[in-house]
Design a protein around this ligand. Structure first.
Ligand SMILES: Nc1ncnc2c1ncn2[C@@H]1O[C@H](COP(=O)(O)OP(=O)(O)O)[C@@H](O)[C@H]1O
Ligand SMILES: N[C@@H](CC(=O)OP(=O)(O)O)C(=O)O
Length: 548
């Protein structure tokens, strides 16, 4: 029996007989995953996969072929157990999961507790290191070069990392040069008296660069082969939007090629920095926005075609609302990618807003788990789920929103009004979140993540209003919140009936309502001051009324 990897023009790249211990065992999903990874690693997009009882054929859409991974193994003429033992999943651990030496030990144990998995590990910076680095940078701007070593946050970061290294019994040299470089960088910031977005990204990268080095060294020390990777060195190519960069397509084949190539050469658990990338023009370190390690994990999952992506947090999964607002929030067992994306986009801090995109594209399940309570089932996020009994899944709050009411000054029926409004936002580079329209009026909210990360906010808003006032009467409303009801919008009447009953009882006036095209989200805009109380009341109604 033969299996083949074929490329467009039906060029056979290699045939491997099943008599030998082979790369490809026909009809096995593992084989198919591997072949897909190799195609990706070679920069080839695969267009179709065929299978028959005699062979599986992977067709790809271009002829350029460089499958060095295969060729190397063929010449070694070995069995391809490593390929059979491809990496199986990605496990991402957030800052809270790797906050100190004890937590790192527990995470190592947790990973080793899955003997059937061969994971890629993605780590965030230890504990609150990212916040501390940013604060240290801000202080450095004004404190003078000679005072750098007395910045409290720098001392804290040094002490935390050195203590961790010592407690784990690994060599100080693992991070010593990083700490020295960090101090030099802060001196540079003090000298320049400025902290640009580009420098901010370089500054925060020290967090992930140190946590991954420490963890990889610890695994090696306890006899588990591990290899540390800086994402910006292995093909995480991004836009040059410092502090909020987007991952570019070129990332997938590059990352697959590097990780699979190294694994095949000598298997070792990859320990990859979350959150970081490399700007395609600047070649400087970029970051993917706060919480961006989730996106690193899903990107690797898609790049390698892994079976599962796990994100390990400090809560029992995605909850029915933010536990900081309402501690009785409950874990949500199942979500679709659409629900999770909407939930993340509308402010649930538990997942990075862009992180569902690669998982959805690669159709790879995402499991949100608690590293403090590994036995809890967590949340499983997949393409589809049984919605027949689902009503509301989760309630999300996004605070400090700016809302605009725009009413056309022209006659009813004037075409082109909406186009003019949106082209104004496009010209000013401002994204819009929630929209409700009639023919001559439009209410919308502005995306705070795009807006608040910039300076000159008030001037920008004034400018927006000035531009829009050329065609409309504009009312700017600040200090609003969006409450998003995520769930089965096929039951929207039922959801709205309950929601409005609660809001009426609480004497809350809804200022705008919108149901997104994704059909999983109804958004309500209310005053900031009333928002938390609304979320608590809605939670009681939707998730606890059975208990009363
Ligand atoms: N709907 C929600 N479900 C779960 N956690 C939420 C939700 N909304 C907000 N959170 C907060 O998100 C935190 C987990 O996200 P994050 O801090 O990014 O984790 P990590 O740093 O471990 O990746 C939780 O501790 C919780 O306070
Ligand atoms: N360290 C980065 C990236 C990240 O993803 O962190 P966490 O997984 O702890 O949210 C941040 O704090 O934003």
């Amino acid at each position: 029996m033969e299996a083949g990897l074929q490329f467009a023009g039906v060029k056979t790249l290699c045939h491997v007989s099943s008599r030998r211990s082979s790369y490809f065992r026909p009809l096995r999903p593992k084989w198919l995953r591997f072949a897909t990874s190799v195609a990706s690693a070679s920069g080839l997009s695969h267009s179709s996969v065929k299978s028959s009882c005699r062979s599986r054929v992977l067709k790809v859409s271009c002829e350029a072929v460089s499958v060095d991974v295969l060729q190397r193994k063929e010449t070694e003429n070995q069995g391809f157990d490593e390929a059979e033992n491809q990496m199986t999943c990605v496990m991402k651990f957030g800052g809270s999961s790797v906050a100190n030496a004890e937590r790192m030990r527990e995470v190592a144990e947790l990973i080793l507790g899955f003997p059937n998995e061969r994971p890629v590990i993605v780590l965030s910076a230890m504990g609150k290191t990212t916040n501390k680095l940013l604060l240290a940078g801000e202080k450095a701007v004004g404190c003078g070069v000679s005072n750098i070593s007395s910045i409290e946050e720098l001392s804290f970061i040094k002490a935390l990392h050195l203590k961790t290294v010592e407690e784990l019994g690994i060599d100080k040299s693992t991070i010593a040069s990083r700490l020295e470089e960090l101090e030099q960088l802060l001196k540079g910031i003090a000298m320049m008296k400025e902290l640009t977005l580009r420098t901010k990204d370089y500054l925060v990268s020290f967090g992930e660069c140190m946590s991954t080095r420490i963890f990889a060294a610890y695994l090696n020390k306890i006899g588990v082969k591990a290899r540390q990777y800086d994402a910006f060195e292995i093909g995480f190519i991004t836009t040059d939007d410092f502090t909020n960069a987007d991952i570019l397509e070129a990332t997938y084949p590059a990352v697959a090629k590097k990780l699979i190539g190294d694994w095949v050469y000598e298997p070792a658990i990859p320990i990859v920095t979350g959150f970081l990338g490399k700007g395609w023009r600047s070649c400087a370190v970029t970051t993917l926005g706060r919480g961006g390690s989730d996106l690193t994990a899903t990107t690797i999952g898609k790049a390698l075609g892994l079976r599962e992506i796990q994100v390990w947090k400090d809560v029992d999964g995605v909850l029915t609302c933010d536990p900081n607002i309402y501690p009785r929030a409950e874990p949500v067992p199942y979500l679709t990618f659409d629900e999770a994306a909407e939930l993340a986009y509308f402010g649930a801090q538990v997942l990075h807003p862009q992180s569902m995109r690669p998982a959805r594209e690669g159709d790879i399940p995402v499991r949100v788990k608690n590293s403090y309570n590994p036995n809890a089932p967590g949340t499983l996020i997949t393409r589809t789920r049984d919605m027949s009994k689902a009503e509301l899944t989760s309630i999300v709050l996004k605070r400090n929103i700016t809302m605009l009411d725009i009413v056309s000054t022209r006659m009813l029926g004037q075409f082109g009004f909406l186009a003019k409004v949106f082209s104004t936002f496009e010209d000013l580079g401002i994204s819009v979140d929630v929209v409700a329209t009639s023919e001559v009026s439009i209410s919308l909210t502005l995306d705070p993540s795009k807006l608040w990360s910039r300076e000159l906010i008030q001037q920008e808003l004034d400018h927006v209003v000035e531009e829009l006032e050329k065609i409309a009467v504009v009312n700017l409303l600040q200090h609003r919140s969006i409450i998003s009801l995520i769930g089965n919008v096929q039951k929207s009447s039922q959801i709205l009936e309950k929601a409005f009953r609660v809001l009426r009882t609480n004497k809350v006036n809804v200022q705008m309502i919108s149901q997104g095209a994704s059909k999983v989200n109804i958004s309500l805009v209310v005053n900031d001051k009333e928002a938390e109380q609304c979320v608590r009341a809605l939670h009681s109604e939707f998730f606890e009324s059975d208990l009363l």
